[in-house]
Design a binder for this molecule. Structure first.
Ligand code: PMP
Length: 367
């Protein structure tokens, strides 16, 4: 009898599984969970009501086209609903884009400190990841263009990027698109779009509408406060929407997700409240971290990356442990190439103050 086990496809075992932000602190205190860029305001009450209403028909399959949600998005942003494809989180859409356009022998580019899901999606499909350096922790369009080869098929750019929070304006995005061959798919991952004060996203959506090779992915996990329901969407050229619709799961969004997402997108006031909260607390957190002596990367999103001095005795790893002991959970970012930095989400007033106070204690030598 042959006793060998099945062998994973080439490349699969070189994937490092994604490790999410932690959610448990030590002890019994309710933690200040600032590790996954979730909103402290929670979802719109209308989204919660829609979720509850959806519970009355759990025996039914959901609408496989997520029509209610796609129409709500189309109305809200003035888009063509036939070009919107929804997914179980934008993670799923990123994976589907890779599956649709990448295979063995192909290359896909992402930036040095880019979101880790790109690498996983590329390797899953047997393609080769190519990493473009950043400049000042920002996407460097020229560095991406220099790494294009005849094998390049896809370029992933998170804008704003996670975990840096940095951003390139629409003119730079246009320059990137113009510099890429037309057969290269440009994926603009705009998970944090709604937090950016510059109104570049409409222009980004317009860019998508006028090309055959540019996609923007968005999520309900961040400003809409629906991370638990896993709702993402992509605005696509018709040809890309067609590819995604052929390969996605037939019912890839649950009925509660479709209903809640549609209600959330219509609650503009709630979204604006979340944006105002971030506009108020992001500068406060940055200021306090700076006063504590950290080097803070300027962010336009709902989180900040702060760096410990290279020669400091007190390191990010020790701070992370101490914060946890105080019920404050932030994100270690070693896997993103930042062994001595931490990323902190902008939370509620209380949670922000708890985090800053705990860091101050740590630096004073409480650890
Ligand atoms: N893109 C970026 C840049 C992110 O930070 C995240 C969430 N961590 C995602 C995509 C995926 O979000 P979701 O799958 O919850 O939509």
């Amino acid at each position: 009898m042959v006793t060998t086990a099945p062998i994973a496809r080439p490349g699969i075992l070189s994937i490092e599984a994604y490790v999410p932000g932690e959610s448990k602190a030590l002890g019994n205190v309710k933690p200040a969970k600032l590790s996954s860029n979730e909103t402290p305001l929670g979802p719109s009450p209308h989204a919660i009501a829609a979720f509850q209403a959806a519970a009355s028909e759990l025996e039914r399959y959901p609408d496989g086209q997520a029509t209610l949600l796609r129409n709500a998005l189309a109305r809200r942003y003035g888009l063509d609903a036939t070009r919107i494809v929804c997914g179980s989180g934008s993670d799923e859409l990123l994976g589907l884009l890779a599956r649709g356009y990448l295979g063995p022998g192909d290359e896909a580019i992402y930036t040095e400190h880019g979101f880790l899901v790109y690498r996983i999606a590329i390797l899953t499909n047997g393609a080769t990841p190519v990493v473009a350096p950043e400049r000042g922790l920002k996407t460097d369009v020229d560095a991406i263009l220099e790494r294009v080869t005849p094998r390049t098929r896809v370029v992933f750019v998170a804008n704003p990027n996670n975990p840096t929070g940095t951003y390139i304006p629409i003119d730079e995005v246009r320059r990137l698109r113009a510099g890429l061959r037309d057969d290269i798919l440009l994926v603009l991952d705009a998970a944090y779009a709604e937090y950016v004060s510059r109104n570049d996203y409409e222009a980004g959506l317009e860019l998508v509408a006028t090309t055959t090779n540019t996609v923007m992915t968005r999520t309900f996990s961040k400003i809409h406060g629906l991370a638990a329901l896993r709702i993402g969407w992509a605005y696509c050229p018709a040809n890309v929407a067609d590819v995604l619709n052929r390969i996605r799961g037939p019912f890839n969004l649950s009925a509660p997700a479709i209903a809640s997402g549609a209600a959330a997108i219509e609650d503009i006031e709630h979204m604006e409240l979340a944006k105002r909260h971030n506009d108020e607390w992001l500068p406060w957190v940055v200021d306090e971290l700076t006063k504590l002596g950290f080097d803070v990367t300027p962010s336009v999103a709902n989180f900040v990356l702060f760096h410990f001095k290279d020669d400091a005795v007190k390191t990010a790893a020790a701070a992370d442990e101490y914060l946890k002991s105080q019920g404050v959970i932030v994100r270690k970012v070693g896997a993103y190439g930042f062994p001595n930095a931490l990323r902190m989400t902008i939370g509620s007033e209380d949670d922000n103050k708890r985090a800053i106070a705990a860091l101050a204690q740590f630096l004073k030598g409480a650890a």
